[in-house]
Write a protein that binds this ligand. Structure first.
Ligand code: CP
Ligand code: NVA
Length: 335
């Protein structure tokens, strides 16, 4: 059994050892099995958590709320308009107030420094529900999905296609480095992750046997890959003006059936979601009117063919977030 994680925040995967990450995945698998079997697991009965969302969310908010209820906890949802955060009250003061009332705090918002500051002053565990730089609870769900599908993580090859400078590719690179996997970022060079982050991950890779690569040619990058992964081309909080440039520069990195056929025969496709794969969204329709494209980072054909893995991944957000909260709020109760 891994050492207790009680009292720890979950801000990036950098602060967690490979054994601790594996432990969280084992715990998530156990909690998932209990949920499916209808077994109650009120391990954090009567604790209270605050959920701060400065950006919108479907999966992350619902995953935290359902996981909290399943663990016997109460949650308070704070959207930026309904609280004083940032505008009338500093993060530091907010941290001290919420930390005196709640047992744990989730934060989704902008710069990573904000969630770091919250964690430094709250005195209770803080969980990163997405910042511009990192999305670690998403990667935990991705790792669980890959492990469920292939049986193990070591040496599995994951290729990320698209904007590899943002939260998703950054966090996947950290996760793959930690778990001894093979990670390839495939994008135009200007969209590669920043050098300092790459260097930190390469240092981890030296110890875990991970391979980290950066390529510009999709067909070359995906050869024999086990998992192809993509994310939206314009992330929350970015200005609308960047769409034109992103569509022009990232269209060659769209995940199509040809790209999928270039990967291993049993490869799967994953996407953190939400995805622009058809015209059934408001933004999808606007982009079609303006630029004439019906699909963006992934084609509808790929999305439909691989929907089993994509929706398993979405469901796993709840089980993995539950594991993070249970492990950091309570002494390890053993699995
Ligand atoms: N993948 C993810 O974080 O989804 P939401 O933005 O809906 O929370
Ligand atoms: N890169 C995306 C991820 C959404 C889950 C964003 O930040 O909007």
């Amino acid at each position: 059994m891994a050492a207790s994680l009680k009292g720890r925040s979950f801000l990036t995967l950098f602060e967690y050892t490979p054994a601790e990450i594996e432990h969280l995945l084992d715990l998530a698998a156990k909690l998932k099995a209990m949920k499916k079997a209808g077994e109650k697991h009120h391990y954090c009965k009567d604790k209270n958590i605050a959920l701060i969302f400065e950006k919108t969310s479907t999966r992350t908010r619902c995953a935290f709320e359902v996981a909290a209820a399943d663990l016997g906890m109460h949650s308070t949802y704070l959207d930026p308009k309904a609280s004083q955060i940032g505008k009338k009250e500093s993060i530091r003061d907010t941290a001290r107030v919420l930390g005196s009332m709640y047992d744990g705090i989730e934060y989704r918002g902008f710069e990573q420094e904000i969630v770091e500051e919250l964690a430094a002053y709250a005195g209770v565990p803080v969980w990163n529900g997405l910042t511009n730089e990192f999305h670690p609870t998403q990667v935990l769900a991705d790792l669980l999905t890959i492990r469920e599908h292939f049986g193990s993580l070591k040496d599995r090859h994951l290729v990320f296609l698209g904007d590899a400078r943002y939260n998703m590719a950054n966090s996947l690179m950290v996760g793959c480095a930690k778990m001894g996997m093979h990670f390839t970022a495939c994008a135009p060079e200007a969209y590669f992750p920043n050098e300092e982050l790459v260097e930190r991950c390469q240092n981890i890779a030296k110890r875990t046997g991970a391979i980290l690569e950066f390529k510009t040619n999709p067909m070359e990058a995906v050869k024999n890959a086990d998992v192809l992964y993509t994310d939206v081309w314009v992330s929350m909080g970015e200005p609308d003006e960047v769409w034109e440039e992103r569509i022009r520069e990232l269209s060659p990195y769209r995940v199509t059936m040809d790209v999928m056929r270039g990967a291993a025969d049993n490869a799967i496709f994953l996407h953190c979601l939400p995805a622009f794969h058809n015209l059934d969204t408001g933004i999808g329709k606007e982009i079609y009117k303006k630029f004439g494209i019906k699909e963006m980072e992934v084609t509808d054909e790929v999305f439909k063919k691989y929907e089993a893995s994509i929706f398993d991944e979405a469901e796993n957000r709840m089980h993995t977030i539950k594991a993070v909260m249970a492990a950091t709020l309570k002494d390890d109760w053993g699995i």
